[in-house]
Write a protein that binds this ligand. Structure first.
Ligand code: CA
Length: 730
């Protein structure tokens, strides 16, 4: 890329830390794409269809759909880069996205073109050999929508089908672009209405229908999945994942049955699940079996998390945290398996759904596999939904085991938080989150980007639904162990751990694992070269022996990685491509050792091949310095009030003040400049930086609240400043 572009990226990051460009996250405007050629686009550009995806192994140079194939194994037959040659792997090209938020996309590669997405749902079409931009498309998502994305303004990729590129935008649109030019062909609003749904997941296309879900359970959403005609954008079907108001007609017989598993309070003043959404949003995983003609979709947690508030009369709350098998033509349900009946921990089943043929107990089975947040690795018969095994892949305390006879988990009653706080493993980050796994048919192992991270759960004292805000009905600080000013930490959780695990689904055992320095790391790729690839939060691309877990090669990428690598070939040369740009849930959980602390968070698409350069471009930035804060304001009571308001309204993005001062994805407010303090009311109550993603919060906060938050921030900044000065200038 040009030196100009690189300078622009670095300037933004310097601005974030020194001058505090703040929540605005102003990003340099990329020049508009050059006008498209006069001629009509050739119909052969990215002409992917179902026949081609099913026969994907016949063109290993391509990566045709999200998980390469409908089975979503993320395994490539390419083997030029193998356990011997990988020592020669090096950097080939970079493309700068000119963003500084999280990048999570899995690129699609076809006919020498690479299609990826970035922050704010922008789509990039690149030459897969050189990284040169062919076109880009910015859907102009309103900055205020960033408020409704729990875990950053991310997007996990496009679908490509018959010359069109499909992207779901953060503000709920599904857009079809001409693959040759990036021009909009059609666009539909998939969400409508009042509820602030978000789309971060990649669409899938099955039988000329684009399938898309959404997120937003914590914001009062009722989950649904919709299929649109790929050519016209016309809606073909929609299914809801949880029942609506039971006094109204149900949309399907399944929902009528599901409603019997929900029990609202008899108290007319108590919130009802259909008023606060219910949840069950399908925000990520799908897979398709063309032989059985079944589409598999994973659903999310309850809204709110706390089951005693959501459904005080008990019940399983179908179809929360479930795997649904659907007819792709109609959306009709063939079977379901509820992973977590009556979820009360934010345990989604939206994690990667993967299909494979496995020998289990001496018998060949067509299976569906998932390692959801709850920490058990599930193997189901994908024709019937029968549970074949469920063994823990990380430390699990919420349930002792899953009973194979009933298919139900056996909850650990001692660790329910109904009557008081309980530390539970895993926590809401999950034993595994959205980062894709990979399966190697060579080893029979599934490679899981896993984590060990629990949470102290408790009930919120008196839950009140707050429209447009984060609703969990869970007590305590959003920022985990954050004690608040003057308050002692109630509980210090054991340290969290990120890792790469090789799990044997036939035996339900972990074969090997690699511990990582940072909790949040990237998705995984497996190849016929006997290798597994993963990027890490501390800024390395790892190539690992698939059979033993030995790290054969690591390349410093000078940026944090969350996205999964893909592999493809152009003119006989095999490439590994991955997006670098940290964020996601990492905007709330920055710890020491992240690459962005050293290099900032300049978004890039990076490509590697044999005999590439040994070094990825990038220079370390100076350490962050807390500027001298304004004079202290207010008394201890005001500061304590400011902490509570900060925790409820700001900590989700700006992180808990219990974390060390850091170069964050969203700014650490202890680094705020005097001018930001002066403008604070305009920023918080009048949307002065809304274009860049800092929402106008005037619907939930008033001027007195801003004054309290300001007093709290100044107090925290002084603590950090004094500690810094006492430690001396580095
Ligand atoms: Ca959730």
């Amino acid at each position: 890329m040009t030196s100009l572009a690189r300078r622009a990226g670095v300037l933004v990051l310097a601005g974030l830390t020194a001058a505090f460009a703040a929540c605005s996250q102003e990003e340099p405007k990329r020049p508009e794409s050059p006008p498209a050629a006069e001629s009509t686009p050739a119909p052969t550009v990215a002409d992917i269809d179902g026949t081609r995806i099913v026969a994907a192994d016949a063109e290993p140079e391509s990566w045709l759909s999200y998980g390469r194939t409908y089975s979503e194994q993320r395994y490539s037959p390419l083997d030029q880069i193998d356990t011997e040659s990988v020592s020669r792997l090096g950097f080939v090209w970079e493309y700068e996205t000119l963003t500084n938020r999280g990048l999570e996309a899995s690129p699609i590669v076809v006919d020498g073109r690479l299609f990826a997405t970035g922050s704010w749902s922008t789509v990039y079409a690149l030459d897969a050999k050189t990284g040169a931009e062919l076109w880009h498309y910015d859907p102009k998502v309103p900055g205020k929508w960033g408020r409704y994305a729990c875990c950053d303004v991310v997007n996990r990729g496009v679908a490509v089908w018959k010359g069109r590129v499909y992207v779901g935008t953060l503000d709920g649109r599904l857009v079809a672009l001409d693959a040759a030019t990036g021009k909009v062909d059609w666009e539909v609003d998939t969400i409508g209405g009042e509820v602030p749904y978000t789309i971060t997941g990649a669409p899938r296309v099955v039988k000329d229908k684009v399938i898309i879900g959404n997120g937003g359970a914590e914001y009062g959403a009722r989950g649904f999945v919709t299929a649109y005609d790929a050519a016209t954008g016309e809606r073909v079907w929609r299914i809801y994942t949880v029942p609506g108001d039971p006094s109204k007609p149900f949309e399907s017989p399944e929902l009528e049955k599901a409603a019997a598993t929900w029990a609202a309070s008899e108290d007319p003043a108590a919130p009802k699940w259909w008023e606060i959404g219910g949840g069950g949003t399908a925000w990520d995983s799908m897979a398709y079996d063309p032989d059985l003609d079944l589409l598999y979709v994973g659903t999310g947690n309850g809204s709110p998390w706390n089951r005693w508030v959501r459904s005080p009369g008990g019940g399983d709350n179908l179809f929360l945290a479930s795997i649904l098998a659907l007819n792709p033509d109609t959306g009709a349900m063939a079977w379901y398996y509820q992973v977590v009946p009556g979820d009360t921990w934010d345990f989604t089943a939206t994690q990667h759904i993967m299909l494979a043929e496995l020998e289990i107990g001496g018998r060949e089975r067509k299976v569906l596999m998932q390692a959801p947040k709850d920490g058990f690795f599930y193997v189901l018969d994908r024709a019937t939904g029968e549970l074949l095994s469920a063994e823990p892949f990380v430390k699990v305390t919420w349930a002792s085991h899953v009973d194979l006879a009933t298919g139900r988990p056996v909850e650990n009653a001692d660790l329910l938080y109904k009557d008081g706080p309980s530390f539970v493993q895993p926590g809401p980050a999950g034993g595994h989150n959205w980062q894709p796994m990979a399966f190697s048919p060579q080893t029979g192992l599934v490679y899981i980007p896993a984590l060990d991270a629990g949470k102290l759960y408790s009930q919120e004292e008196s839950f009140r639904f707050r429209k447009g805000s984060w609703n969990r009905a869970i007590g305590g600080a959003v920022g985990a162990s954050g004690p608040g000013p003057g308050g002692a930490p109630a509980f210090t959780p054991p340290p969290s751990q990120g890792m790469l695990e090789a799990f044997d689904p036939a035996t339900g055992t972990v074969r090997w694992k690699i511990d990582h320095p940072v909790i949040l790391n990237g998705g995984v790729l497996a190849t016929a070269g006997g290798l597994v690839f993963q990027g890490t939060g501390d800024g390395r691309l790892l190539a690992v022996r698939a059979d033993t877990g030995e790290i054969l090669k690591e390349i410093a990428v000078k940026g944090g990685i969350l996205a999964p690598p893909v592999t493809y070939a152009v003119e006989g040369r095999q490439y590994i491509a991955v997006l670098s740009g940290w964020g996601g849930a990492g905007i709330q959980a920055i710890g020491p050792g992240t690459a962005i602390e050293t290099y900032g968070n300049e978004g890039r698409v990076l490509a590697f091949a044999l005999d590439g350069a040994p070094e990825v471009p990038g220079e370390p930035l100076p350490p962050v310095r807390v500027p001298e804060p304004p004079p202290a304001e207010g008394d201890a009571a005001l500061i304590a009030q400011g902490f509570a308001l900060y925790d409820a309204n700001c900590a989700m993005c700006h992180t808990a003040m219990s974390t060390p001062v850091h170069r964050g994805v969203v700014p650490d407010l202890r680094l705020a400049s005097a001018s930001t303090y002066a403008e604070l009311e305009a920023i918080v109550l009048r949307g002065a930086r809304e274009a860049g993603g800092m929402p106008n919060l005037s619907d939930v906060l008033g001027a007195d609240d801003v004054a309290a938050v300001r007093a709290f921030l100044i107090d925290e900044s002084w603590k950090a400043y004094r500690a810094q000065e006492a430690a001396g200038t580095p």
